[in-house]
Structures are given as structure tokens and as C-alpha cells.
Ligand binder design. Structure first.
Ligand SMILES: Nc1ncnc2c1ncn2[C@@H]1O[C@H](COP(=O)(O)OP(=O)(O)OP(=O)(O)O)[C@@H](O)[C@H]1O
Ligand SMILES: [Mg+2]
Ligand SMILES: [Zn+2]
Length: 473
């Protein structure tokens, strides 16, 4: 039997990583030591999290091979989980849908659904200890209960150990936060790490975003901003807000935020940027810098800046990066996630995905400048001590109003039957006003997640979700 050594997390009594000694024979990972090593910290009991409609349950041959390989290289995983299908493949990980075979071995106090079931069924087994004999092959079939599904995120070895640890620690910090997919537990075997999350049934964004009504959009963003408010309250920047990282069930109007692989605590790797100063302080600093470099202040800022190039965190996904990320602001805040959420909203309102489609950061700045105009873009660059200058003819000084862009993108930019310019209906106008608050170029002026939940666009969404119905009552 393998020796197992639970590893506690920085002075906490709770087991965070479950570590298995890989030097031993083929013993399974469920055979671990001690009655107090219950790391199954609890995942939410919502039925939509645990149930499956079976749509993800048929792997093709290549995926089957991949699953076999995973089972063979991650010793013990097959005894603990029944791997069903591959449901995601990202830059840093592969995600599998699986059934939690040992669900009954944990004291799942938190599970309301399970409590209901247990009124009619024998009580669940207590946590198994070493030497208790073999485990049953499945739990669902043996008990006639609904299987408990999980998402197993296999984090690639190539992903740095610090990055992996960071993702797990932040997820751990965020346990219990509304609309954030919680970490159940994590396993390490040799140099591989897997994170176990509740499986959240959701639909592919591309399959529904074009058909969303304004009421659907309100619900979507209420759920997303609830998650962001919780994350930001912990001073955590997600850094990669995009549709594939917000798993949404449009029928239920509920979503969960996943993928904290790029997330970080505010202030990590951060050096002061003049964007935090007042306008006059900023001006003074720029003039002092110019004096030091011998530049003339006539143009405002030096064109040939002899200072070393700036290093800043640019993590994120093309098309979703905030201007301050593109401009290499060295003091980025949680507001970068608000910008990315704005990009999702613009995508939905314009019915175009991806909306921004740049190959690199320069192109991305050009795309943003085309909308906001060169005047505002210059001011935005200056805010972070950078310069924006362009001679590209498509970038006008004033840019375009977001309402115009949405009308144009949805083929409503002509005249109506009365010969008048088409206008957006009032609910979409309200959505655009909200979007403008997410798209403030100055992060300090940009709306926060908490404020967003109080904005008229999101504040009046009813519990059952339908804003329009609530209004009519
Ligand atoms: N809890 C979950 N329930 C259901 N599906 C999930 C869950 N977690 C992740 N997935 C699926 O797996 C995909 C990838 O997950 P995640 O974003 O965490 O991994 P990643 O490797 O960081 O991805 P990427 O590099 O593409 O952003 C998600 O977009 C989603 O489709
Ligand atoms: Mg992802
Ligand atoms: Zn800045």
C-alpha cells in the first residue's frame, strides 16, 4: 500500500493539496491516511451544478485514447473518478467531465440536494479509512442516486509550478463566493496536478449570444458581475474574462466564473504608474521627466524616449485586453476585468463574435482607437505616461458612438419607414449607457463590479430573472 502524506497549506490545518507518493506500487489515491484529511471542502448543492443532460457524455476515439493515457499516467485517478469525456482544452490545461465515485465517502454537509435524497435513502457511508476493503465501482448505480459530476482540470506540467499553485490558492481563497466555481480539492501525482471542480452544465456562448433578449443580457451580466464583485472584494484580478471562462446556463439564468490560471492579487508585480496621480501631479512628473531627458515640452511628450522599455503584465486574451494593459500600465487594477466584460457586452449587442480581432497589441490599440477616436486615445495613453500617435486614416479624431456601431453591426443603420434614422429601442439604449461605463478609458473612472450591480441596467433584474415582466406588474 502506498504511503500517503497529506500536505497542509501554509499553516492551515485544512488539507489543500492531497499528495500521493509516486514511488509505491499501483495503489489507488483514495487510500490515503488519517480520518481528518477530508479535503472535500464542499461544492455547491445546486442541481444544475451536479447534474448532466448527457450531452457531454460520448467521447470520440481520440478522446477515449487521451482519457486512457490520463488514467495510466495519473495513478489512482480512475479509482476516484469515472472519466467520461474531455470538455475543454486550453493553453494550460485539459478539462474532463467525470463522475465522483467516492462522493459518499465524504461528509457532504453542504449538499442540500443530497440531504433531500437521504430522507428516503440509507445514510451515506462515513469516510473510508485505510484497510476498509475495496470500494464499489460506481456510486450512482449502486444506490440508484443521481451521479455527482465534477470537472477535472489537468494542469499541464509545462505550466509553471508557481502559476499552478497560484491558481489553486486563489480558488481556495474564493470558496463560498457567489457565482465563482469553487475548488473541491486538488491532487498532485509526480509532477502533474489536477484541480477538481463541480461540473457546471452550460451552453456554448456562440450557440446563444445572437438570440439573447435584453432581459437575457441583464441576467447574464447580473450573474457575471456578482462573480466579479466577489472576486474583486478579495482584491483579486481575474485577468482573463471572456465567454469561455464564464460558464452560463441561459435557461436558468445562472453562470459561474472559472479559470483563475492568470488571476493575481492586486498589487502583485506592480510598480507605481502616474495614472494613480492627480492631473496636476501627473503633469509635473511628465515635465520633470522631460527635463531629465532633455526633451522639449512643446509636443507634450518625448517621441524618442531614451528610457528603458516598460515591463508590465499583459496576460489575457486577444480582443479582451483593457487599454491600460495594452499600454503597459504598471499598476493595473480589478478594472481590467470590467473592460473585458464590456467587450462581452459589445459582442452580444452587436451580435458579432469575436468583436475585436487583432493579431497583436498594436492592432488592438488601433481597433480601440477607431471606436473611441484619436483624441480620447491620446489622453488615455498620456494617463499612463505613454504616447499614442497615428496617421491611420480610419482613426478619426472623435471616433464613433457605441449606439451607431451597434446599429451598423446589426444592419439597422438605415432609415425607417418614416424616413427617419433608425434608433435603438430604449432598453438597448440603457444597455449602451451601461456599456459606456464599462468602457471608460480611465480605469479610475470605469464602473466597479459593485457599482455595476446598482446600475439601472442591472439593478432591477427580478429574482426570477425577467426584468420586463417585473416592470409590467
Ligand atoms: N466546472 C466546470 N464545469 C463544466 N465545464 C468546465 C468547468 N471548468 C472548465 N470547463 C470547461 O473547460 C474549458 C476550459 O477550462 P479553463 O478555462 O479552466 O481551462 P484553461 O486551460 O485555462 O482554458 P483556456 O486556456 O482556454 O482559457 C472551459 O471553457 C469549459 O468549457
Ligand atoms: Mg479558460
Ligand atoms: Zn497606469
Amino acid at each position: 500500500m502506498a504511503s500517503s502524506r497529506p500536505q497542509t497549506r501554509r499553516g492551515e490545518s485544512e488539507v489543500f493539496f492531497e499528495v500521493y507518493d509516486d514511488q509505491e506500487d499501483g495503489s489507488s489515491i483514495d487510500e490515503r491516511e488519517g480520518p481528518d484529511t477530508n479535503s472535500q471542502g464542499g461544492y455547491r448543492s445546486d442541481p444544475e451544478i451536479e447534474n448532466s443532460d448527457g450531452s457531454d457524455d460520448t467521447p470520440d476515439e481520440a478522446v477515449q485514447d487521451d482519457i486512457e493515457k490520463f488514467k495510466n499516467t495519473f495513478k489512482g485517478i480512475a479509482q476516484r473518478f469515472r472519466l467520461i469525456n474531455r470538455i475543454g482544452e486550453g493553453t494550460f490545461s485539459t478539462v474532463y467531465k467525470a463522475e465522483d465515485l467516492l462522493y459518499d465517502n465524504y461528509d457532504n454537509q453542504w449538499d442540500i440536494e443530497q440531504k433531500d435524497v437521504s430522507k428516503w435513502a440509507p445514510p451515506p457511508l462515513k469516510r473510508r479509512r485505510m484497510g476498509d476493503g475495496p470500494m464499489p465501482p460506481t456510486r450512482a448505480h449502486s444506490r440508484n442516486q443521481k451521479p455527482k459530476y465534477v470537472a477535472i482540470k489537468k494542469i499541464y506540467v509545462t505550466s509553471s509550478p508557481i502559476r499552478t499553485q497560484n491558481e489553486l490558492e486563489l480558488l481556495h481563497d474564493l470558496r463560498g463566493c457567489d457565482s465563482v466555481c469553487p475548488l473541491i480539492t486538488a491532487f498532485r501525482y509526480q509532477d502533474q496536478v489536477v484541480a477538481v471542480l463541480p461540473y457546471f452544465k452550460h451552453m456554448d456562448f456562440r450557440d446563444y449570444f445572437r438570440d439573447m433578449t435584453v432581459a437575457d443580457i441583464r441576467l447574464y451580466f447580473r450573474s457575471l458581475f456578482t462573480a466579479l464583485a466577489a472576486v474583486h472584494k478579495h482584491n483579486i484580478l481575474h485577468r482573463d474574462i471572456k465567454p469561455t471562462n464564464f460558464l452560463y446556463d441561459i435557461r436558468k439564468g445562472r453562470g459561474v466564473l472559472v479559470d483563475f490560471g492568470l488571476a493575481e492579487k492586486e498589487g502583485t508585480d506592480c510598480t507605481p504608474c502616474i495614472c494613480r496621480d492627480t492631473q496636476s501631479e501627473r503633469r509635473e512628473k511628465v515635465l520633470n521627466a522631460l527635463a531629465l531627458t532633455g526633451q522639449q515640452p512643446s509636443t507634450g511628450y518625448p517621441k524618442n524616449d531614451p528610457r528603458p522599455s516598460r515591463r508590465a503584465n499583459r496576460a489575457g486574451t486577444r480582443g479582451f485586453r483593457a487599454p491600460e494593459v495594452l499600454l503597459k500600465c504598471t499598476d493595473q487594477t480589478t478594472k481590467i476585468d470590467i473592460w473585458s466584460s464590456g467587450v462581452i457586452l459589445l459582442t452580444i449587442l452587436s451580435r458579432r463574435f469575436p468583436f475585436f480581432n487583432s493579431a497583436d497589441d498594436i492592432e488592438a490599440l488601433i481597433e480601440i482607437a477607431t471606436i473611441f477616436g484619436s483624441r480620447r486615445m491620446k489622453a488615455c495613453a498620456n494617463l499612463h505616461g505613454a504616447i499614442f500617435e497615428t496617421t491611420i486614416p480610419t482613426i478619426g479624431e472623435k471616433g464613433f458612438h457605441l449606439e451607431k456601431i451597434i446599429l451598423w453591426a446589426t444592419n439597422r443603420s438605415g432609415k425607417n419607414e418614416h424616413g427617419e434614422e433608425e434608433k435603438l429601442p430604449s432598453d438597448e439604449v440603457q444597455a449602451v449607457k451601461f456599456l459606456q461605463r464599462c468602457f471608460e478609458l480611465d480605469p479610475q473612472k470605469r464602473i466597479s463590479a459593485e457599482e455595476a450591480l446598482r446600475h439601472e441596467f442591472l439593478a432591477e433584474v427580478g429574482e426570477d430573472g425577467d426584468y420586463d415582466e417585473v416592470k409590467m406588474l
